[in-house]
Ligand binder design. Structure first.
Ligand SMILES: [Zn+2]
Length: 490
């Protein structure tokens, strides 16, 4: 930091003020870094405003009013009101601000103005790198004003899961950036042609700052006014509040044979009224007041298959949720809220889960065993003794070719699947129940009827009898879920 004499400081401020800079920007250009200093200027401006004597100053040429309380404070108050009434149950927040890129040109212009008009004072004392960044000064003053009003703790450094993003808009940004094409025609005229190649558009802040660094007064001044032109109106502001996703895990039962797991669309036309995903997700979304929910599950059952036992493990990613504090009493309330929706779809064990535990859910889809019950019918009466022989077969390896019924959505493949055990219960001379424990992903319907010999062996070949399946239930998905969160529920 530079130690200016009073007269030097006065002279520099005079040059900057004549150039159109606001008070805080003058301090920035002096290289001042102490936050209390900016807070003092803020207080001074607030006092002036309350006296109401001062006519509105011009928007500052380098900050467009962002650091001028007369322009920024009304916006800060709007933000405070919005956060207070938003309904987010957060304790902490992060406030961030993004600035229009053309401010880099304006800052460079004012710097060149100062360099020229104050040459004898600043030479050897101050360089452009000493100028305190606008964003830093903004952070000295404004986040704590918001914090004191909204009753949340502010965390700088983007660590809070609830964040308020301010985007400063400047209607002349694009127009002013054209100066870069004139100043660095080689670089930017080329870039302008392939905007799509650069994610950020033609310009990146870092790139523009680097380019400007080497442009001196004589080259700059013919292409852009020095000092910058006074804006005819101040900045505009857009802001959005959002929150990192949370994940809610649980298990669901499905007690009907007429409900798909996920919305069933054929060529964009809905085939079934609703789905497990929607019956649970819509309620979850409403209860947590989130923007969107995304369904994840450990495998799936067919539309005509029931999901019994302790249920199928699932989770929802809840995007931008206003409610995230879920003590057991709320989870119970949420469970009831979902279960009241539809008697055929019931959830249990709802609990917040970590993002990393979702992997386990998908792993379970591939690796875990499942228990099924199939109601089967033989064309001719069967011999129970023959049937009971199935119970002696353990870890029977099936060669399954992708079933014809799913070929429209899966490519054809041969897979080895293991049926670990089978149990038979007689129902009538031609009806029996097959209880099977099989590896995840085994096609049970095909194990029974053989799918035109695409599954080998199958019950028809094993029994020497034409056998078909009438109904199927998933009795159990053997996966520990939901996993307890290590740090407890938030
Ligand atoms: Zn300013």
């Amino acid at each position: 930091m530079v130690n200016w004499s009073d007269s030097q400081e006065e002279k520099i401020i005079e040059i900057l003020e004549n150039g159109g800079a606001c008070r805080k920007c003058c301090q920035r250009f002096l290289g001042k870094k102490q936050s209390y200093l900016y807070k003092t200027v803020h207080q001074l401006e607030m006092d002036k405003m309350s006296e109401n004597k001062q006519s509105k100053p011009n928007p500052c040429v380098v900050c467009l009013g962002i650091l001028q309380d007369v322009y920024m404070m009304p916006r800060v108050n709007e933000i405070i009101t919005s956060i207070k009434t938003s309904g987010y149950d957060a304790d902490k927040f992060t406030l961030s601000i993004s600035l229009p890129i053309s401010l880099s040109i304006r800052e460079h212009s004012l710097w060149l103005h100062l360099e020229k008009a104050g040459k004898d004072i600043i030479d050897g004392n101050l360089s452009k790198e000493d100028v305190t960044p606008l964003k830093q000064v903004w952070k000295y003053v404004y986040p704590e004003l918001v914090t004191s009003q909204v009753g949340l703790t502010h965390e700088s450094g983007d660590t809070a899961d609830f964040y308020v993003e301010l985007v400063v808009l400047w209607e002349k940004d694009t127009e002013e950036m054209k100066a870069m094409e004139r100043l660095c025609p080689k670089e930017y005229a080329e870039r302008a042609k392939k905007t799509n190649v650069y994610n950020m558009g033609v310009y990146s802040r870092q790139g523009v700052d680097n380019s400007l660094e080497n442009i001196k007064y004589d080259n700059f001044a013919p292409e852009y006014p020095v000092p910058p032109a006074v804006p005819d109106k101040p900045f505009d502001l857009d802001f959005r509040m959002s929150r990192n996703s949370i994940w809610i895990g649980g298990r669901y039962n499905k007690y009907t044979r007429h409900l798909p797991q996920t919305p069933w669309l054929i060529k964009g036309v809905r085939k079934c009224g609703s789905s497990v995903e929607e019956l649970i997700g819509d309620r979850l979304k409403e209860y947590l007041q989130c923007e969107q929910v995304k369904f994840l599950s450990s495998g799936r059952e067919d539309v005509d298959v029931r999901m019994l036992g302790s249920g199928r493990p699932f989770a929802f990613e809840c995007v931008n949720s206003k409610k995230t504090k879920l003590p057991q009493s709320n989870l119970d309330e949420l469970t009831k809220f979902i279960n009241d929706n539809h008697e055929s779809v019931q959830v249990n064990g709802l609990s917040p889960v970590s993002k990393s535990s979702i992997k386990k859910l998908k792993q379970g889809e591939e690796e875990k065993r499942k228990k099924y019950t199939a109601l089967c019918r033989t064309k001719d009466p069967y011999c129970l003794e023959t049937l009971k022989k199935l119970e002696e077969m353990t870890d029977l390896v099936l060669k399954q070719e992708t079933p014809i019924r799913v070929l429209h959505r899966r490519s054809n493949a041969f897979r080895d699947k293991v049926v670990h055990s089978m149990n038979i219960t007689q129902v009538s001379p031609t009806l029996f129940k097959l209880e099977a424990i099989a590896a995840a992903g085994t096609y049970i319907k095909e194990l029974v009827h053989g799918d035109f010999e695409r599954t080998q062996p199958n019950l028809c070949t094993l029994l020497g009898l034409e056998t078909d399946i009438l109904a199927l239930d998933v009795e159990e998905v053997f996966l520990e879920w939901p996993l307890e969160e290590k740090n407890g529920n938030k």
